[in-house]
Design a protein around this ligand. Sequence first.
Ligand code: AR6
Length: 173
Amino acid sequence: MLRITLVQGDITHESVDAIVNAANSSLLGGGGVDGAIHRAGGPEILEACRALRASHYGRGLPAGQAVATTAGRLDARRVIHTVGPVWSHSEDRSDVLASCYRESLRVADELGARSVAFPAVSTGVYRWPMGDAARIALTTVRDAETSVEEARFVLFGAQAYEAFQDALAALGG
Ligand code: AR6
């Protein structure tokens, strides 16, 4: 049975089997949580990402998909990189955002991970409104078929944490 937990903090400080990264299609790093994960995890993660670009992901990782690398110096076995959609007023990309969570859990299952830490994918540089992102994240993870036992959402700041608390309460959790 999957347990959803919420914590406020920096995801790079978590001890879990896998940490999910809100990456971009290049897989070669960026700002936000991506920058923090590469800084804290060290150069091994970027090396592994470059190897992915040189092999299976020559054109990069499409939005909504997920792929694992080493976690370098982080207190986790693996980092699962996923690429969220950029928020759009004119197009509903909710399915792509939901897919990030589903695919990350699928990869986690392949790795045998039991605990997974997620950031609020797409809610920073990609501008997805926090409340809506929280609803999509939580419903998708709650409804996923997975052997993962704990999905830990690690929210950066009080506003994000409260938005996830409200969304979880609205789901009856
Ligand atoms: N721990 C947990 N959450 C964090 C941390 C952290 N250390 N740092 C930021 N957040 P973002 P996106 C929150 O911008 O919107 C990158 O440049 C942040 O407050 O990291 O999916 C990539 O390379 C926000 O709520 O990811 C891509 O180019 C959430 O993490 C692009 O940004 C996601 O914000 C991806 O944009």
